[in-house]
Write a protein that binds this ligand. Structure first.
Ligand SMILES: [Zn+2]
Length: 367
């Protein structure tokens, strides 16, 4: 999630900046493309940033487990896996300081939810491949902001043992636990802190994929030098997402320029396309095209920042936009084909690129 204006607000700003969205409208195809089901079935697809926005009160040890059929939602989506994240400084608790207990509650909640759904966490790319072969969806455990570490580096190995394989270093609040600067905070550090660097080195040692979403670019830049394996930026807006129009005022720090994104691509990384800047599915897919043109087919992924469980706050992954016809991946593949992507390109963007960096990151602990 992000403390910045919601999509509707952005669109109001866009309208103020010069009018309607940039793509011509068209009628949906009369017949579904017969290739869609085959492509969906044939690939490992991963949404690199997907929430389960459970209120803190519902995560309490005494609370009854909400009746969430995660398998059904995931199966409907068509995705093999979602990187399932919790933000410890979340919208329902913006002034939280009890990050470590909240993290433990989130993990316990996730354990119970997975048990109820007979699901598990993917610990390696082999687990993603096996889940795909068995047609059983799986999750990659992540967290939005490594705030639970406080100053205790050993908590990262504890989290690894609990199944964490994907770590987003920074979220909205950077002041409580100093690791680097957030795009929605004050630039306290002008980049990565010594502790932030230690955390990244520990991710390398353990085999945890690093996610640099929400980091200011000086923080990203320092992080790229600190890691030995390619990172992701799971959900990011780019200046080119606006179809040639200037981005809304005040978003300079939040949006990656093409040049900044290319630096991430040159490090082998993958950048996810974020749902929040787009009013239609068609525009979302058009942005995928613009990003492929800017940074290359091997460096673009899906990172919606939606919610696979429709619990609250964020849009439901299987119905983010009014023109999204069906489960997320089915609709995505159909629209990508309609906009001229080949099946091979679709497979890379929807999961192949993520699998590449996940395999690199998790391939064996270095000690
Ligand atoms: Zn976020």
């Amino acid at each position: 999630m992000n403390g910045k204006p919601a999509r509707r607000k952005v669109l109001t700003m866009l309208a103020g900046a010069g009018g309607s969205l940039w793509l011509p409208r068209h009628a949906p195809a009369a017949q579904p493309d017969p290739r869609v089901a085959q492509i969906v079935a044939g690939m490992i697809a991963v949404d690199m940033h997907n929430h389960l926005t459970i209120a803190t009160k519902d995560m309490a040890a005494s609370a009854a487990l909400p009746d969430i059929d995660l398998v059904a939602h995931l199966t409907r989506s068509g995705f093999t896996a979602i990187c399932q994240t919790y933000s410890l400084d979340g919208a329902d608790n913006p002034n939280a300081t009890d990050f470590y207990p909240r993290w433990l509650r989130a993990l316990a909640f996730q354990d119970a939810l997975l048990a109820r759904n007979h699901m598990r966490r993917a610990l390696s790319v082999a687990d993603l491949q096996a889940a795909h072969a068995r047609n059983e969806p799986i999750i990659v455990q992540t967290v939005e902001g490594a705030l639970f570490l406080e100053s205790r580096l050993e908590r990262l190995e504890e989290a690894y043992t609990r199944g964490l394989r994907n770590l987003q270093l920074i979220h909205d609040h950077d002041a409580a636990v100093r690791m680097g600067d957030s795009t929605t905070g004050v630039d306290h550090h002008k980049g990565l802190t010594p502790f932030g660097r230690q955390v990244l080195t520990e991710c390398d040692r353990l085999g945890i994929l690093v996610d640099l979403a929400h980091c200011t670019f000086p923080t990203v830049s320092a992080a790229l030098k600190a890691v030995s394996r390619p990172p992701i930026v799971s959900h990011a807006g780019m200046t080119i997402d606006f179809g040639g129009r200037p981005p809304p005022t005040g978003w300079d720090k939040v949006l990656l320029t093409a040049e900044q994104a290319r630096a991430i691509a040159e490090a082998g990384g993958v950048i996810g396309v974020w749902y929040r800047l787009f009013d239609t599915f068609r525009d979302y897919v058009a942005a995928i095209r613009a990003r492929v043109d800017a940074i290359g087919i091997d460096h673009v992924g899906i990172g919606t920042d939606s919610d696979m469980t429709a619990s609250f706050i964020l849009p439901y992954s299987n119905q983010i936009w009014a023109d999204q016809n069906g489960g997320l991946l089915h609709a995505l593949v159909a629209e990508m084909l309609r906009q001229g992507f080949t099946p091979e390109e679709v497979a890379k963007i929807c999961g192949g690129n993520y699998c590449r960096v996940f395999a690199q990151a998790t391939a064996g602990r270095t000690s």
